[in-house]
Design a protein around this ligand. Structure first.
Ligand code: MIG
Length: 726
């Protein structure tokens, strides 16, 4: 074991010589004498087991993309990227491997396990007071943090660096379906959005846009004039987002396949031949993204679509998902044949069934695949969690080569924490279940802890059938998530807003428009969370240290000014809410309906709040402000020169509004628009000052609620003297 430390007191312990994961970018660690490692560590030949004590009241946040509540205590989770379309509460792993958690104790602490293979976290499950980490390997690094919850998140996120930032249109509403199969269908979807006066910034192309599921091809039959189609859609300010899968179809004459074979760019089997698996197109090879030459090659392949005007992608099936391998299928079939004519009893029958059921994503297959990790041969199983990361790194670097200063849109399914710098994520194949709306709510803080600020779930649910009420309630939450995408699976009830009753459609219109109205605040908070290594979505305990806040599992802080308490149950027209301090409840119906009656002053403590189907309850924290603008149907049409500010201001409030060009990477070098809003309540009068470097800013209308629940409408016209910001 080797010990390291930073000046801030972050401890790092190196167990052996780990395979690099590219997650920790900061090199501020210096070697130090050994220090007390918390808990008890046992090493066996092949693994480490680390046991730590939990106190009765400890609450554990983190582990990113996983099932169950925000507080992870009481179950076992596994970091092993898995393509599993059934996100039921018994699942130990989903698509992401996010090995960071924080224990809220009297003295909070946190751990990050930097490792590319499988790690199991038993959080007080086998024994209620024991947190047990099992690492399937003996070479890894562990980081131990102390401080407040907020400080620990900040320390960790500063080690992994800045997160991916999408173009600003990525904050618009996005419509998807597996699949809109041809040009006519995509066009009619776009038309319907306009006809129904519904906002939309992007439409997705799922696997059927390709020719026989071959990456980087476009079906000429279904999209005969793809390039001009992309251009036409762009002139309507609708972006098309095609999917790219990890598997490359084996088909002679297909350039990606031919080049891959010729240059030995694919993952191999034990004997050094390209590993044969099967996904959509039937048999495929997987590009060996661990090899930098392969990444370069694969990254360039995206240029073909970029040249046609495409500006964003989604990378799918990169756990990697394997339907079956050539060998696995052979074994299963011969087993099935060997059972022919037998009298099967309960055991032998289930053996037979399992043989077929377990053919996909099997450990045997993962252990039969090899990578050339920049010159070193490694078994896939040992670095499994990095596969999706490296695929997405290949894409990101391909974009960088193509247009270095442009932000490209990118979401991906499998992830490892280090990927947060290259891409956002969607949370995979959830269902149209109320339980999955709740899961979406509860998953957001953990994703942010892992750096995945640009993230969201398939709104309305991917599998299964969505009702109008479910979609409405889901949107009432997901209009706050940076990625806002309605997506659903083949064969399920169609889920575009106009597929429901007019009453529902009208409601949805107001909800989605409210998203666009909130973009000034959402974008500002998103960018600040990134720069300052903070959470955009947080459990109440991130800000409040009372014991009751630790108990709250279904409310979130959203940025600096808001608390959310969404309704997530069928037929529910209200819910209990805990207020850690006095707040103002704003029952939003539509942006236009901003009136005094919509606000209600609420005391600290527990309440039951009625929430009609057309209401989005927003809780305004005291002394904080929210910035909005009039909604439009495209992000690019938003008028950010005339803003609206809403706030509960008992005596003073300060808010720094961040904005930028939304398209370039200028933000990285400080190219930004900043507006400092200050409100002071003095002798029953509000005094307002606005200081900005945004020359386009014209007016701000303030709606301020005082400590008697009375509102004051103050319009601040054409901006202040020399408009400089310091
Ligand atoms: O397992 O491309 O998560 O969003 O629609 C199905 C078809 C494969 C999984 C993705 C989903 C996508 C679907 N894909």
């Amino acid at each position: 074991m080797n010990f390291y430390q930073t000046v801030e007191g972050i401890n790092k312990i190196s167990f052996g010589d780990m395979i690099p994961t590219e997650t920790i970018l900061q090199k501020r660690f210096v070697k130090t004498d050994s220090f007390m490692v918390p808990g008890v560590i046992q090493k066996s030949e092949k693994r480490f087991t680390w046991k730590l004590d939990l106190n009765d009241d400890d609450v554990i946040y983190g582990l990113g993309q996983n099932v169950r509540g925000m507080n992870k205590r009481g179950f076992v989770y596994e970091s092993f990227c898995s393509d599993d379309p059934n996100h039921t509460p018994d699942k130990k792993s989903l698509y992401g491997a996010h090995n960071f958690f924080v224990v809220l104790s009297d003295k909070p602490w946190g751990i990050y396990i930097d490792f590319a293979g499988k790690v199991t976290f038993d959080i007080g499950f086998e024994h209620k007071d024991v947190l047990k980490i099992e690492v399937e390997g003996i070479d890894f690094d562990a980081y131990v943090f102390t401080g407040t919850y907020k400080q620990i998140v900040n320390q960790f996120r500063s080690l992994i660096g800045q997160s991916y930032v999408p173009p600003k249109w990525g904050f618009g509403y996005q419509q998807s379906r597996w699949s809109y199969v041809d040009q006519e269908e995509v066009l009619s979807i776009a038309d319907k959005f306009d006809e129904h006066d519904l906002p939309c910034d992007a439409i997705y192309l799922d696997i059927d846009y390709m020719e026989r599921f071959k990456d980087f091809t476009v079906s000429e039959e279904r999209f005969p004039a793809f390039q001009s189609f992309v251009t036409d859609m762009k002139s309507r300010e609708i972006k098309l987002i095609p999917i790219i899968d990890a598997g490359v179809k084996i088909e002679s004459g297909y350039d990606v396949y031919e080049e891959g074979v010729k240059n030995d760019y694919f993952c191999n089997d034990a004997s050094g031949h390209p590993f044969v698996a099967a996904v959509w197109p039937g048999k495929v090879h997987f590009p060996d993204f661990f090899n930098s030459q392969v990444r370069k090659w694969f990254g360039q392949k995206y240029h073909h679509l970029l040249n046609m005007g495409i500006e964003g992608f989604w990378n799918d099936m990169n756990e990697p998902a394997i339907f079956y391998s050539e060998q696995g299928l052979k074994d299963a079939i011969s087993f099935v044949n060997s059972q022919a004519g037998k009298n099967l009893d309960i055991y032998t029958f289930f053996d037979l069934k399992d043989k077929i059921l377990n053919i996909s994503n099997s450990e045997v297959d993962y252990k039969s695949m090899y990578h050339n990790y920049d010159g070193v041969k490694v078994n896939h199983y040992d670095v499994h969690n990095l596969f999706g990361y490296f695929m997405t790194r290949a894409a990101a670097e391909g974009f960088e080569d193509y247009a270095p200063d442009k932000r490209h849109f990118m979401i991906t399914r499998a992830s490892h924490i280090g990927m947060a710098k290259h891409s956002g994520i969607w949370t995979g194949d959830n269902h149209s279940w109320w339980e999955h709306l709740k899961l979406n709510i509860q998953m957001m803080p953990g994703l942010g802890m892992a750096g995945f600020l640009y993230s969201g779930a398939d709104t309305g649910g991917f599998g299964g059938e969505a009702s109008g009420e479910l979609l409405t309630r889901w949107l009432q939450f997901s209009i706050f998530t940076p990625l806002l995408r309605n997506h659903s699976a083949l064969g399920t009830r169609k889920q575009e807003p106009w597929m429901f009753e007019t009453e529902t459609l009208d409601r949805i219109r107001d909800v989605v428009k409210m998203r666009y109205a909130l973009i000034p605040y959402l974008y500002s908070e998103f960018m600040k969370a990134n720069f300052n290594h903070e959470l955009l979505f947080a459990p109440l305990s991130y800000e409040y240290d009372d014991l009751r806040s630790k108990q709250v599992e279904d409310q979130l802080l959203l940025g600096d000014s808001l608390m959310l308490a969404p309704v997530y149950e069928q037929n529910s027209r209200g819910r209990s809410v805990y207020l850690p301090e006095k707040m103002v409840l704003w029952k939003v119906t539509a942006f236009e309906h901003l009136n005094e009656e919509a606000f209600e002053l609420m005391e600290e403590g527990y309440h039951f709040v009625d929430v009609a189907l057309n209401e989005i309850p927003l809780y305004l924290k005291p002394g904080k402000l929210v910035v909005l603008t009039k909604p439009e149907n495209r992000v690019s049409n938003l008028d950010e020169s005339n803003l609206v500010v809403v706030g509960y201001v008992p005596n003073k409030a300060i808010y720094e509004l961040y904005n930028d060009d939304g398209l370039t990477k200028g933000y990285k070098s400080g190219d930004s628009l900043k507006t400092m809003l200050k409100v002071d309540r003095h002798k029953n009068e509000y005094q307002i000052s606005v200081d900005t470097n945004d020359m386009a800013l014209k007016s701000i209308t303030f709606y301020l609620i005082d400590d008697n629940g009375k509102w004051h409408v103050i319009k601040q016209n054409a901006i202040m003297d020399e408009s400089h910001y310091v």
